[in-house]
Design a protein around this ligand. Structure first.
Ligand code: SF4
Length: 470
């Protein structure tokens, strides 16, 4: 990702009125639903604090909990694999599928497998991976990337989806755009996949160290089909998803659905522990993936991004996300959480414009169910990017300007003279907007803002001197 990717792509999103309209309707609907069910919970703030503590403790002692998880899963009949990066994880998953002799797998929605590009890696080995979440299916059929964490096809409206299904799914040339008709078409298409798949790949919302239990929550039932019907289940999980105790789920499973979809509980919460002879998959593999997470863990301020439970509440309230859309972030994690998580996972050299891809309004912090202080992390990461750019030799102009300002501001006479000159320049530039927009070194600022003309000749100092003393 180039460092200026976000500004370029954000400009495209801003120019797309259909996209902005789709996003506004969808995000406002979710956040109103969410606010209504949250208002029913008297101790919501205490619940948030409990969620924050749970994730803080889990991430703080990650090494211990991961080893405990490995032991529990192994004792329950599963196999645990460790992957330092996305390429290793993709190779492990590909090898496991090939060992079954299958060339097709069904998939439960998983942000991590999108992050590491699993589908593409499997396709290169001749293995077809079929997405079964409705929104992921829409994106797979259209060749689109996801644009929202919980609703990856949020940028599409119903008539666009109808056209896609008419074109891509057999026997649906007369499909209308009502939600039941669209859901039925997808259901028929997916049912055939579920009934024939011998291998499934899932992500994980949580995994419990003390019991080896893995948890996936979803709304459509596709996850339940994938985690029960095939004979082999491969779960690919980021290492930060581990929780110490089963009772921790009691907190997080209250916070997640209310914040994510505005539901009191998830329609489908699947929990499994290793394998059960004669019931469900008889082979279970858990692939634990780092892929930059230990880099984030090394940063005492930035590491709270690892507490994220992927509810997307921060996206739904973000004034920037609503206007530019998810694709502008060039990451499977768009919006405020993407602005702080992606640069830490990929390295600050890449995605360096992302810490600026969010306002500091604080709305994201207010809604985050595990109280991630996104504005503080944004400022922290901006500092890291600035330091990096200084090391690369950038920022010389800014440093020169600041040195000049220090000299002028520490000499009262020079400062007064400077004020007069700047006022004169501002008046001139306000009358010459074209010149103002093209000012060398300033056009990034003046090109998108109108310069205000100073109202009169009186400075604050003049006013202060001339005011009536009581
Ligand atoms: S940062 Fe908080 S609000 Fe945003 S997706 Fe993660 S848990 Fe949800």
């Amino acid at each position: 990702m180039s460092s200026d990717y976000f500004p370029t792509e954000a400009a495209k999103g801003l120019a797309d009125s259909q996209l902005r309209s789709n996003l506004r309707v969808a995000t406002h609907t979710i956040r109103e639903k969410s606010a209504a069910v949250i208002s029913e919970v008297d101790d919501w703030q205490q619940l948030r604090e409990a969620g924050r503590r749970t994730k803080h403790h889990a991430v703080r002692h990650l090494d211990r909990h991961l080893l405990a998880l490995e032991q529990s899963v192994t004792e329950a009949g599963g196999q645990v694999h460790w992957a330092a990066d996305g390429a290793s994880a993709n190779r492990i998953v590909g090898d496991l599928i090939e060992a079954t002799g299958e060339r097709e797998v069904v998939k439960v929605k998983s942000m991590l497998t999108d992050e590491i590009g699993l589908n593409r890696a499997l396709a290169e080995r001749g293995i077809a991976a079929y997405e079964t979440d409705l929104a992921e299916l829409i994106n797979q059929l259209s060749g689109d990337a996801g644009s929202h964490i919980v609703v990856p096809a949020i940028h599409r409206n119903r008539s666009e989806i109808r056209d896609l299904f008419r074109d891509q799914l057999d026997g649906h040339a007369d499909l209308d755009d009502s939600p039941p008709a669209l859901a039925d078409a997808a259901r028929l298409h997916l049912r055939r996949r579920f009934m024939t798949a011998r291998v499934a790949v899932s992500g994980a919302n949580f995994a419990v160290a003390e019991t080896g239990t893995v948890c996936v929550v979803e709304s459509e039932g596709n996850g339940r089909m994938c985690t029960t019907l095939p004979s082999t289940l491969i779960t690919v999980m980021g290492i930060e998803k581990v929780l110490p105790r089963l009772e921790d789920l009691g907190v997080l499973l209250q916070l997640l659905p209310r914040s994510a979809t505005g539901e009191r509980m998830n329609p489908y919460t699947s929990l499994w522990t290793g394998i059960t002879p004669g019931d469900g998959p008889q082979q279970f593999h858990l692939v634990l993936v780092d892929a930059g997470r230990t880099n984030a863990l090394a940063d005492p301020t930035g590491r709270q991004a690892l507490h994220c439970i992927r509810c997307a509440a921060c996206l739904n309230v973000c004034p920037v996300y609503e206007r530019v859309g998810g694709h502008a972030y060039n990451s499977v994690y768009p919006g405020p959480i993407g602005a702080i998580l992606t640069p830490q996972l990929t390295g600050m050299e890449r995605g360096r414009s992302l810490p600026w891809a969010s306002s500091l309004c604080g709305a994201c912090y207010e809604v985050c169910p595990v109280k991630i202080d996104i504005p503080t992390v944004l400022i922290h990461l901006r500092g890291k990017v600035t330091k990096l750019e200084q090391q690369e030799g950038a920022g010389r102009n800014e440093r020169s300007v600041m040195t000049f300002a220090r000299i002028v501001m520490s000499r009262p006479r020079l400062y007064r003279l400077g004020q007069r000159i700047v006022r004169w320049q501002l008046r001139l530039l306000a009358r010459l907007p074209r010149v103002a927009r093209a000012l060398p070194g300033m056009s990034g600022w003046t090109g998108v803002r109108e310069l205000p003309e100073p109202e009169d000749d009186q400075t604050f100092r003049d006013w202060w001197r001339g005011r009536a003393t009581p």
